[in-house]
Structures are given as C-alpha cells and as structure tokens.
Write a protein that binds this ligand. Structure first.
Ligand code: PCA
Length: 218
C-alpha cells in the first residue's frame, strides 16, 4: 500500500432496512488495494447513519487525501446502475437510520447551497459502461436518505479542497436480495465490480466530460 500513487477513495455502506448485506460494500471491498488508471483504490465502509457516516467520511478523507472520491450505495428499486448527477441539501428519512435517527426536512449542511452537481464526468462514465454492455443510467436524484446526505457532504468538502473530484453511484440489489422480492431487479456482483472499475478508470482519465444526451422527461 505504501505507494505514492494518487488515491481513489471508494466508499460503501453497511446493511440497513433489514438486509443482511449491502451490495455497495460487497463490491467496494473487493476493489480495495487494486490499481486503476494510475491510481490506488482505498475502500472504506460507512455506517448507514446520518451523523456516523459523515464522521467516518471526514476521517477517511483526512487519512487518504484522495484525488477522486466515489460513494456507492444500494438503491433497491433501481433496475440499472445509476450515476448520480446531483445531491441536494436535505435529509428526509422515510425509515430511521441504523442509529435510530430520522431527520425530517433538515439540511445536510446548514447554510450550504441547495444542491451540488457531481464533479466526475458522468456522461463519459455512462458511455464507457454502455460500450462494455453494462446497464447504466444517469439519475437526477440520489433520494433524501443517507446516500444523498453523504453525496452532498462529499461534494461540499470537495468544493473546498483543490484537486479532489467527487461523485456517487447507486446500484441495484444483488440477485440473492432480489430473489426474495417479486419482480425486483438485480445486478450480479461481478458486473457491479466490473462497472465500478470502468467508471473509475473513465473518471481518472477524463477531465472534460462528453456532450451526450442522457436526460429524463419525467
Ligand atoms: N443506500 C441508502 C443508504 C445506504 C445505502 O446503501 C440510500 O440510498 O440512501
């Protein structure tokens, strides 16, 4: 690990909502220590807690000083890997977090801007994933739970730190989670890992994003 390569900090979450695993951490931890596009990947697990996740994130950023930070989280209802475009300054929790906190309509950062856009090249990442036959989409909402909270916090901290870019990707259930739910979509862990490597290699090698239509009408 003791190399001078620039670092990528990759975060995943612990299980929440009655699940026994979180696909984000399963994928992220398997990439820990790998080299990619001239970078070294460092992985950290964040608790699915509003306050706790931020504490762990801040400590990891201090320790790792990454050039790129990519948050990954489970989005059970989604059918494809979702590259998040935006994070908003609100916490509105439908279920309590793993520490029992359930903020309603509270800001992530009091006095912060209403929203931040991802500073990773989301369209280039999308195009690279599609080129490799992986189902992915641009998402215009990371929700209002712990993932949006941490995506907003990453971008807020990145805005103050020169040379650090940040973004967030939501992933579907693993097949074993979807098997217990009628009609639920899933993505195999090997595909998620491959997708994260492609997305990160593209992010590491692209500073000017592609101009590519991937908007939504609804
Ligand atoms: N998904 C949740 C929080 C942790 C996770 O993996 C979310 O989308 O907010």
């Amino acid at each position: 690990m003791g190399t001078s390569l620039p670092r990528i900090l990759l975060t995943g979450f612990d299980p929440f909502g009655g699940e026994h695993l979180n696909p984000s951490w399963e994928a992220v931890r398997s990439l820990y220590g790998q080299r990619l596009g001239g970078h070294l990947i460092v992985a950290r697990q964040l608790p699915t807690e509003f306050a706790g996740s931020l504490r762990v994130l801040k400590a990891a950023l201090r320790e790792v000083a990454p050039a790129i930070v990519l948050g990954v989280g489970q989005a059970g209802g989604r059918h494809q890997l979702s590259i998040e475009r935006v994070a908003i300054n609100v916490q509105d929790a439908r279920i309590p977090d793993n520490a029992g906190a359930q903020p309603l309509d509270e800001p992530v950062i009091a006095g912060g801007p209403a929203a931040y856009f991802s500073t990773l090249p989301i369209k280039a990442m999308l195009a690279a994933l599609h080129a490799q036959g992986l189902p992915a989409e641009i998402s215009n909402s990371a929700g209002t739970y712990v993932c949006n909270h941490i995506a907003y916090a990453m971008l807020h901290l990145a805005a103050k730190r020169r040379g650090m870019r940040a973004g967030f990707i939501h992933i579907p259930f693993l097949p074993e989670q979807a098997a217990r739910r009628h009609g639920a979509a899933s993505m195999a862990q090997a595909d998620v890992e491959r997708a994260l490597r492609i997305a990160l290699r593209t992010a590491a090698g692209t500073t000017l994003d592609h101009r590519l239509g991937a908007g939504a009408l609804d």
